[in-house]
Design a protein around this ligand. Structure first.
Ligand code: 3EB
Length: 333
């Protein structure tokens, strides 16, 4: 079995403390329902997400590498890198910007400055967590303003033909944030045969399309990892099963199967056998229903992080992303 050069853990505070005994190999930590915890070493990159766990106390998303990580801050972007990978995180500074679009564009330009300074040309996975995502701002939804700012920055600075895999979800605590993983080479972009590519959505969804690929396969040495973007009950470009939770869950799982199948066909070797699901729920009460559906479709025994999130279309009740990796590789120095 190949070793992955990086892995994710979804951990509660007790587990997170344990994992932080290996602090020198942590790329970055994302907090859900928590500010920066005292037990985190000051050099360790951390960002507080505006999304909270669907139930229970604080949760942490911890990205670890097989090699020691060097912390590095470039402008507003705090991150860390190994020779092969970088993690970075930035807060979208709305208070200091004339508009949300300008704030998003500036945040992304900061990310590209970080990538240039660290020598990592290629973002391979991006998470966009916006506050009040479906609220109106001067006649246009905030998510749609966000898409304009992202599109402008990508047009100016993204040095690959297709955008990376991503998630775009809303929350209500603190500021909007973006965090990302990057590498030297772009991941292989994968689309979903059941869905119109998001970057080709028609203009009814806003002046600029969302810039993300449905999934991506990232190969480093023998190990191939699969990132599946946030996936919902959308077929073609239209929402299906409005007001019907079971219908949306079933359609979302069909979409996951289709895009995972496309990823498997695009990969040149086996994809990671450790599955990590991140699930965004319009209502925390959906948790058990979704959990059972994931068990039935993909088997038990995967990591799962359930968050309370607002989808970028108000009628979407659930959105699911996946990351597949192998065991963490032997430590190399
Ligand atoms: C969709 O399929 C649902 O704007 O980065 C999913 C993943 C969604 C990423 C993004 C949005 C984004 O259009 C929404």
């Amino acid at each position: 079995m190949p070793d992955s050069p990086f892995v994710v853990h979804y951990a509660d505070a007790v587990e997170a403390r344990g994992l932080l005994n290996q602090a020198d190999t942590i790329l970055g930590v994302v907090g859900f329902g928590t500010a920066r915890p005292d037990f985190l070493p000051p050099s360790c990159p951390f960002i507080a997400s505006p999304l909270a766990p669907a139930a229970g106390g604080a949760m942490f998303e911890i990205w670890s590498a097989a090699a020691p990580c060097r912390p590095i801050t470039v402008g507003p972007v705090m991150g860390a890198c190994t020779d092969q990978l970088a993690f970075g995180a930035v807060t979208i500074d709305e208070a200091g910007s004339p508009s949300l679009e300008a704030a998003v564009e500036a945040a992304y330009l900061g990310i590209f400055d970080f990538l240039d300074a660290t020598g990592f040309a290629a973002p391979i996975r991006i998470w966009n967590y916006l506050t009040e995502i479906t609220e109106d701002d001067n006649g246009l939804e905030r998510y749609r303003h966000f898409n304009v700012g992202r599109h402008q920055a990508f047009t100016a600075r993204l040095r690959q033909p297709l955008p990376p895999a991503a998630s775009g979800v809303g929350g209500h605590q603190g500021a909007s944030v973006i965090y990302f993983l990057a590498a030297h080479e772009p991941a292989l972009a994968v689309e979903n045969p059941r869905q119109v590519s998001a970057y080709a959505y028609p203009p009814i969804y806003g002046p600029r399309s969302p810039s993300f690929s449905r999934a991506s396969v990232h190969a480093l040495g023998e190990a191939e990892t699969l990132f599946v973007s946030g996936t919902a009950s959308i077929v073609g470009h239209k929402t299906r099963h409005e007001g019907d939770l079971d219908g949306q869950i079933a359609e979302t799982i069909e979409n996951l199967r289709a895009v995972i199948g496309a990823g498997e066909r695009a990969a040149s070797g086996p994809l990671g056998d450790h599955w990590a699901f991140k699930v965004y729920l319009h209502d925390s009460l959906y948790r058990d229903t979704v959990d059972r559906a994931i068990d039935a479709a993909f088997g038990p025994g995967s990591q799962r992080l359930y968050l309370r999130g607002d989808m970028c279309r108000a009628e979407l009740l659930v959105e699911i992303e996946v990351f597949r990796h192998f065991e963490l590789g032997a430590r190399r120095s």
